[in-house]
Design a protein around this ligand. Structure first.
Ligand SMILES: *Cc1c(COP(=O)(O)O)cnc(C)c1O
Length: 444
């Protein structure tokens, strides 16, 4: 395959005629409940560029939602997955195991925080990993309650819908939801009523008080938190919040689960976002960035917790598929060889520099936050903090029309999030930020 020129290029209206043609076929046969942010049909993708069927080249600031961290056709991923594909596609690890699965578990044990003995189980999707973390924590603690947080997102299956905070679009009309799930406050600094400096300790005290008074700490199997909240708006819990909950969990025999499905694997400039405050989770869930685009997820954690479930109690037909495992080994190799943690930090420097300058100029940007290649701008109505989802949607649309793929997020739909492949060229990043600035200037 020839390399895709790393340049933005818009040659048709967006979406173009070929995309519109396929879109019509899609409308007739694909369920309406499956939406698309930018309905151009992909032809190929590499580095920081996604090319559509009409030949438009988009600067990719979404990475298929934080998945193609190493790019959408990274050499080592393609090579190793292709070789595995030719050898065998599937045996089912629960029937006849293969080495790739073990090698991925070894990498997870080495890369995740903490020097205790660790084990892993592999699955297909993020939601499946989170569900299994709950199964394992319940099996280990012999308790049932699960604590999650405001603005949290953990997936779309029945249990993970219950764990997810936001109703529309994730839960509306899809209940009843799983029982024994309890939601407590998170330290959202920008919106904390008594000011950002109080958010960490006050939110932790409120969360712990609610757990103690409303559930009883001795009934709690697991506390599940994203170290940087993804869909909820790229919220970095204010300093002190995560350590306080980690300590509370330790003191009360509660399994502390870090959901690093979006924030893990170099995304924030560290292998895992919880390293920022030195948190060592008991269990950690990973997916998205782990395998360069192939479906793979994992639960990794303390050996004694991971081994609590009886033999045959965990698994699934496809979990830890050999091609996905080969891809993961290629993706992890790429992250190490290209030092993508350093690249993520450089992306943060470039993006925050530009976005903070824009924030000074435009009062609709209320907050600029995030770490590494996980950066966001939160939009508000002028003169206050009222969420401004209208301008957020308008900016995203204008970026799309100009050939820059951005995503939005946030409980109030008022956050533009940037998740570039960490291999993106700096010139592409600069160009994309120019486009973003023009889109913003045209939308105020
Ligand atoms: C995306 C995501 C999930 C769900 O992953 P799927 O692969 O879509 O099931 C769970 N937790 C977090 C933090 C996520 O970002």
């Amino acid at each position: 395959m020839s390399a895709i020129p790393q340049e933005r290029r818009v040659v048709t209206a967006i979406p173009g005629p070929k995309s519109q043609e396929i879109q019509a076929r899609r409308a007739a046969t694909v369920a309406a409940g499956v939406g698309s942010t930018l309905p151009v049909f992909a032809a190929r993708a590499e580095g920081g560029i996604l090319e559509d069927v009409d030949g438009n080249r988009f600067i990719d600031l979404g990475s298929g939602i934080a998945v193609t961290t190493v790019g959408a056709s990274a050499e080592a991923v393609v090579r190793r997955a292709s070789a595995q594909l030719a050898d065998f596609t599937h045996t089912c690890f629960m029937v006849t195991p293969y080495e790739g699965y073990v090698a991925v578990a070894e990498q997870l044990a080495a890369l995740t925080p903490g020097d205790h003995a660790k084990k892993s189980a592999l699955f297909n999707s993020g939601a499946e990993a989170v569900e299994n973390a709950v199964k394992i924590a319940r099996s280990y603690t012999k308790r049932q309650a699960v604590v999650v947080f405001d603005h949290g997102y953990h997936g779309r299956t029945n249990l993970t819908m219950a764990l997810t905070a936001k109703n529309m679009p994730y839960k509306e009309g899809f209940g009843p939801f799983a029982p024994e799930v309890y939601r407590v406050p998170v330290a959202y600094a920008y919106r904390w009523p008594t000011g950002p400096e109080n958010a960490g300790p006050e939110a932790a005290a409120q969360a712990i008080d609610q757990i103690t008074k409303q559930i009883g700490a001795h009934n709690v199997a697991a506390v599940i938190i994203e170290p940087v909240l993804g869909e909820g708006g790229f919220i970095e819990p204010a300093k002190g919040f995560l350590p306080a909950l980690r300590q509370f969990a330790t003191e009360n025999g509660i399994v502390f689960v870090a959901d690093e499905i979006q924030s893990g694997f170099c995304r924030t400039g560290q292998w895992f976002a919880c390293e920022d405050e030195g948190i060592v989770p008991d269990l950690i869930t990973t997916a998205k960035g782990i395998a360069g685009g192939l479906p793979l997820s994992a639960v990794t954690g303390r050996a004694e917790i991971m081994d609590a479930a009886h033999s045959g109690g965990l698994g699934g037909t496809y979990g830890g598929n050999p091609v996905a495992c080969a891809a993961a080994l290629g993706a992890i190799q790429t992250m190490k060889e290209l030092d993508l943690n350093a690249k993520a930090k450089r992306i943060e420097e470039i993006m925050k520099g530009r976005l903070v300058a824009l924030q000074e100029k435009y009062e609709v940007i209320g907050d600029v936050r995030g770490r590494g290649g996980m950066i966001a701008a939160e939009f508000v109505k002028p003169g206050g903090k009222e969420p401004n989802s209208e301008i957020t949607a308008a900016i995203a649309k204008a970026c799309h029309a100009a050939g820059v793929l951005v995503l939005t997020c946030g409980t109030y739909g008022n956050v533009v999030r940037f998740l570039p492949p960490l291999v993106i060229g700096e010139d592409l990043l600069d160009d994309a930020l120019d486009v973003f600035e023009q889109a913003l200037a045209a939308s105020v």
